[in-house]
Ligand binder design. Structure first.
Ligand SMILES: Nc1ncnc2c1ncn2[C@@H]1O[C@H](COP(=O)(O)OP(=O)(O)OP(=O)(O)O)[C@@H](O)[C@H]1O
Ligand SMILES: Nc1ccn([C@H]2C[C@H](O)[C@@H](COP(=O)(O)O)O2)c(=O)n1
Length: 223
């Protein structure tokens, strides 16, 4: 691999970096930090699945019923605003971002994300985004952007992830850990490292340590 870009070197042109991983492994925090260092937006694919889940819950549509859900999504198009500092999700003029990490969305989202029709809909939204960007999710490096320039996959034990999550949620560590193990089980089909992804155990690393590891592993680009 060639020399790493200095922090602040702008990535330009058709460049995609993918960061996949298990739930609460640090994907969005790390993707945001890497994107900021590169001067590009980051894309949080999970927000689209979460927004589809929220709309289905609000409409009382069955989470396992792709047809009703897709009809609803076409009638209420979602827009992912991918900014370097964070992603915002809109349904028309209504911003959904702050409602997407509730426990009820957490509990329903795996069922919605398992629907092939919904996956195809999300994939089409993502592939239409203008490059360059850092994309995070479960299948960015395997399915959506197999041609990505650099791929990473984040892991950490359920306990470590639960302890981190407990800093931002009211539930206690054992309850969060049990929910993460269950979501890992449900997401397993679409959450596997690409054969050419670098797997990083974030357990022993700080957030800055993970971001630095990724930046150091990126192929150099001209500024
Ligand atoms: N290496 C790390 N060291 C310490 N804390 C971390 C590290 N990585 C992430 N965190 C913290 O762990 C929590 C979960 O991180 P984040 O939300 O980025 O994960 P995620 O994989 O995007 O989650 P989800 O799958 O639920 O969308 C956050 O509070 C974040 O600050
Ligand atoms: N590329 C993706 C992104 C997300 N999902 C599913 C799996 C998760 O349970 C859910 C929410 O994602 P998160 O916000 O936790 O990253 O969406 C997926 O299947 N594929």
């Amino acid at each position: 691999m060639r020399a790493a870009p200095p922090h602040g070197t702008l990535y330009t042109g058709r460049v995609i970096v993918t960061i996949d991983g298990v739930a609460a492994s640090g994907k969005s925090s790390v993707a945001s930090g890497v994107a900021r260092a590169l001067g590009v937006p980051y894309v949080s694919s999970g927000l689209l699945y979460r927004a589809a889940t929220l709309l289905a819950l609000e409409a009382g549509a069955p989470l396992e019923g792709a047809r009703a859900l897709l009809t609803h999504l076409r009638a209420h198009p979602l827009r992912l605003e991918a900014l370097p500092g964070g992603n915002r999700l809109w349904a028309g003029e209504r911003e959904l971002t702050d409602e997407l990490h509730s426990t009820r969305v957490d509990q329903g989202v795996s069922a919605v994300a398992a629907l092939p029709e919904v996956r195809a809909w999300v994939d089409a939204q993502l592939r239409a985004l203008p490059e360059p960007f850092v994309a995070e999710g479960r299948d960015m490096g395997t399915n959506v952007f197999p041609h990505a320039d650099a791929k990473f996959y984040l892991t950490a034990s359920p306990r470590v992830r639960a302890e981190r999550r407990a800093q931002e949620r009211p539930e206690d560590v054992p309850a969060i850990e049990a929910a993460l193990i269950e979501r890992d089980r449900r997401d397993r089909v679409q959450s596997a490292p690409a054969p050419d992804a670098r797997v990083i155990d974030t357990g022993p690393l700080s957030l800055e340590g993970v971001i630095g590891t990724i930046l150091a592993a990126l192929p150099a680009r001209s500024a």
